[in-house]
Design a protein around this ligand. Structure first.
Ligand SMILES: [Zn+2]
Length: 314
């Protein structure tokens, strides 16, 4: 196809064909996720996009696909729309859900997973899913002016071999992040994904990118013989670690998982104040209600819980 000519000249017809047949699942459509999906869509790769959030004003500094018109809309929906305008030849599925052990089978048909999430729980869940189903995964993270990328290949070193549950979980919300490092990290992630999909030599170490001195370093990795996941124990995938209540690191977003009747809540809450939203969610004050969960922005857990019982109830 004319569209991929420049890329095909470099990688060859067969690798291009392979890309056009591939499906990549992008989990998390923030700074990394929005850019990797754009790069992969332009390269001709089919996508499954998953994100639980709506677009906020603080996202626009680095989450490249969103515009001011998207504010308040679901990220998954917006990105699907923008990417379909960029490349109508690829298949794009998008879901505005909170990925958990119950619904993760949604990405079972993926040839590769891109971990662009912002929380450790989902990363551990994805790691177990990828290893169990023998799907390669590319992990990416960026904070301040530093980025990290790691390929997780079934049978080799896994995420759980290297990181543990108490690993530092600084986030962009607490430490800040530059859009230059998110772009660079996402580019390396997308490039590793393409190498893996087309059977080229890929990075086997941990890549650290530091824009303060423009260095890229590689850390050699070794499988941890005591790693529970490598030994076939899947605590996240079995739901043992699943929590109905989750605080998202740093972002002051508290999530309560529960089934909601949006029509009923709309009627009830409209008596208490102004309601906005769409068919998929309703927004009331600092509360966003989806069919499968409630997200509340609050200063602390107590405040979130009290808003939850005041407006949503048990
Ligand atoms: Zn492991």
């Amino acid at each position: 196809m004319e569209r991929y000519k420049r890329q095909e000249l470099f990688i060859g017809k067969n690798k291009q064909k392979r890309l056009n047949k591939s499906i990549v699942a992008v989990i998390g459509l923030g700074a990394l996720g929005s850019l990797v999906s754009e790069l992969l869509a332009r390269a001709g790769i089919n996508l499954t996009l998953i994100d639980r959030d709506v677009v906020e004003i603080t996202n626009l500094q680095r989450q490249v696909l969103f515009t001011e018109k998207d504010l308040g809309e679901l990220k998954a929906k917006c990105i699907k729309k923008h990417l379909a305008e960029i490349n109508s030849n690829i298949k794009i599925n998008s879901s505005a859900i909170d990925l958990n052990f119950n619904n993760i089978k949604l990405i079972r048909n993926a040839d590769l997973i891109l971990d662009c999430t912002d929380n450790l729980e989902t990363r551990f869940l994805l790691n177990e899913f990828a290893l169990k189903n023998k799907i390669p995964m590319v992990y990416g993270a960026a904070i301040r002016d530093k980025g990290t990328v790691m390929n997780i290949i079934p049978g080799k070193v896994c995420f759980n071999c290297i990181f543990n549950k108490s690993s530092s979980n600084e986030t962009c919300d607490t430490s800040g992040v530059l859009n230059t490092i998110t772009s660079l990290t996402a580019s390396i992630q997308a490039n590793e994904a393409i190498k893996i999909l087309t059977n080229q030599d890929y990075e086997t170490g941990l890549i650290r990118i530091d824009l303060s001195n423009n260095s890229i370093t590689r850390l050699g990795l070794k499988k941890n013989p005591n790693c529970s996941v490598c030994n076939g124990i899947y605590e996240y995938l079995n739901g043992k670690k699943d929590k109905d209540f989750i605080k998202f690191c740093g972002s002051n977003n508290f999530q309560f998982r529960r089934k909601n009747n949006l029509e009923e809540l709309k009627k009830r809450l409209s008596k208490a104040g102004k309601i906005t939203g769409s068919r998929e969610f309703i927004k009331f004050d600092n509360i966003i209600i989806f069919k499968d969960r409630v997200m509340i922005k609050a200063d602390n857990e107590n405040e979130a819980r009290s808003l939850y019982s005041k407006y949503i109830g048990d």
